[in-house]
Design a protein around this ligand. Structure first.
Ligand SMILES: Nc1ncnc2c1ncn2[C@@H]1O[C@H](COP(=O)(O)OP(=O)(O)OP(=O)(O)O)[C@@H](O)[C@H]1O
Ligand SMILES: [Mg+2]
Length: 467
């Protein structure tokens, strides 16, 4: 009793009690439970409105807003404070990504209003107080667009989509696209690399031009050449260069022409749509899609929005037995030949695989290449990887392989070339030195014309005039 009569002791005991009470409140879930109950009570006195953002439209086209909102929500700090969320490994080592779970609710504050997002299966639902709606909804959606654009401009996480037969969860499954291939790592003639890059850049700037012409804003490439010459790696390099997603179409999993169009409909803008080994599918008839189905797909005639801002790439081992209708301008704008390895490509490979800029064995290798080559960059790359501990051994094994595998007579050419399919005769000799000459001539014309008009216009003018 004497302690309680002493004001100092009383003050001390009260402070200790308050401190302990605070610790209990913070350390236990009491305060959170209280807050939640309080929210529930407040909810009863407010009228809410719900706005659904579905992943697909009625015509099964992907809803861009859905992806913008999803990306926005993943950028919010409140995701970390959720009761439950998914964790995934990121692209960088030790990177952990937080991902929304089904039915997870995310809170967001905007201009003093509380916004709730509910992640339902294939829908994102915005819950907002009716009294706040008029004031904040429009600016809030605008804010989401701005955040998305900023993020998109900085760096998007690219995705590789593959088509599946089962359509329960849509026709595309995606994984992060992490292919390291770039134009720098691809062994091809440097002139050609520069021209392809500028062709792609000019395509990116040409939206208005395509629209003025009433054409779908897309550019189609044919990559053809023997196996292991870098066609698939080139597709990855294009995607990395443009920061575009990749949609890889497996034609064996497509039931018919309309199914193929449907797949295209479900791709998003800013993407590279690839069909690998098209010649094989066509000749073996290993796909249920008819040639006319392929032609319709290439034309992208379904609607202007389904083919917009796409780069279409078709790969083939050879185009000799392919219906010329498939190769005609408009369907395929640029043809790029991927030949077997030549000395220039060999030097690029030696530099990237072995770190060699020069070596005393190079003249010998060059001499063998002068007679032609029978090995692909993939084969030469493999020899270099296997012997990377000793550059001299690696070069000797390449020399050996070139001498034994090939007849040394240069049966096949060793240069890359690009063609615009608008060439009147439809033919550029892409073999050997001729190919280089023709290619330079072609791009020489590009340059001349681009000096006269804006670059984005010229490529198409060249095509239209049947360059
Ligand atoms: N031109 C090249 N420059 C650098 N690496 C290359 C080149 N060509 C092939 N390679 C290497 O060889 C491997 C196989 O190449 P890729 O898969 O791109 O060939 P491809 O032409 O698509 O073959 P296929 O016709 O069999 O599909 C890859 O690992 C790639 O790194
Ligand atoms: Mg390939």
């Amino acid at each position: 009793m004497t302690i309680l009569n002493n004001p100092f002791s009383l003050l001390f005991i009260t402070s200790i009690s308050l401190f302990l009470f605070r610790v209990i409140l913070i350390k236990t879930g009491f305060i959170f439970t209280f807050k939640r109950k309080w929210h529930c009570i407040k909810d009863c006195f407010h009228v809410y409105q719900f706005f659904k953002v579905p992943e697909f439209s009625e015509s099964m086209q992907r809803n861009q807003l859905y992806y913008k909102v999803l990306l926005y929500l993943h950028s919010l700090g409140s995701l970390e404070d959720s009761d439950f969320t998914n964790l995934f490994a990121g692209r960088k080592p030790n990177e952990i990504l937080l991902r929304l779970d089904t039915n997870q609710i995310i809170e967001d504050d905007f201009l003093g209003a509380k916004m709730y997002w509910i992640n339902q299966d294939k829908n994102l639902v915005l819950k907002i107080r009716k009294s706040d709606k008029r004031r904040v909804l429009q600016p809030y959606l605008q804010h989401i667009h701005t955040v998305f654009d900023e993020f998109d401009g900085r760096k998007r996480e690219l995705k590789l989509y593959m088509n599946v037969v089962d359509d329960q969860k849509g026709r595309w499954r995606s994984v992060p696209f992490t292919h390291p291939s770039t134009f720098e790592t691809t062994a091809m003639e440097s002139d050609l690399k520069i021209k392809v890059k500028s062709d792609l850049e000019s395509f990116l700037r040409a939206k208005q031009y395509y629209h003025k012409l009433g054409r779908v804003w897309k550019r189609s490439y044919l990559l053809y050449g023997p196996s292991g010459t870098g066609k698939s790696s080139f597709v990855a390099a294009v995607a990395n260069f443009l920061s575009y997603d990749v949609y890889d179409i497996d034609l064996t999993k497509v039931s018919d022409g309309s199914d193929l169009k449907f797949l295209l409909l479900q791709t998003t803008a800013k993407s590279v749509v690839v069909i690998e080994d098209l010649d094989r599918y066509l000749s073996e008839k290993s796909t249920a899609v008819s040639s006319s189905g392929i032609l319709n797909f290439m034309d992208g005639i379904l609607s202007s929005s389904c083919g917009e801002e796409r780069v279409m790439v078709y790969t083939m081992n050879g185009k000799d037995h392919v219906d010329p209708a498939i190769l005609r301008p408009g369907r395929i704008d640029v043809h790029i030949h991927f030949p077997l390895c030549d000395f220039t490509a060999f030097k690029t490979l030696a530099n990237s695989y072995l770190g060699l800029k020069d070596h005393k064995l190079f003249p010998q290798v060059e001499e063998i290449f002068q007679n032609g080559s029978s090995l692909s960059p993939a084969e030469i790359g493999e020899l270099m990887i296997a012997n990377r501990g000793s550059p001299s051994r690696a070069l000797k094994s390449v020399i050996n392989a070139l001498q034994t595998e090939g007849d040394g007579k240069g049966g096949r050419c060793g240069r890359k070339a690009v063609e615009e399919s608008g060439e009147p005769s439809g033919v550029f000799c892409t073999e050997g030195a001729n190919a280089v000459k023709e290619f330079k001539k072609l791009y020489g014309l590009f340059r001349v014309k681009s000096n006269r008009k804006s670059p984005s216009f010229n490529l198409d003018n060249d095509l239209k005039s049947g360059l």
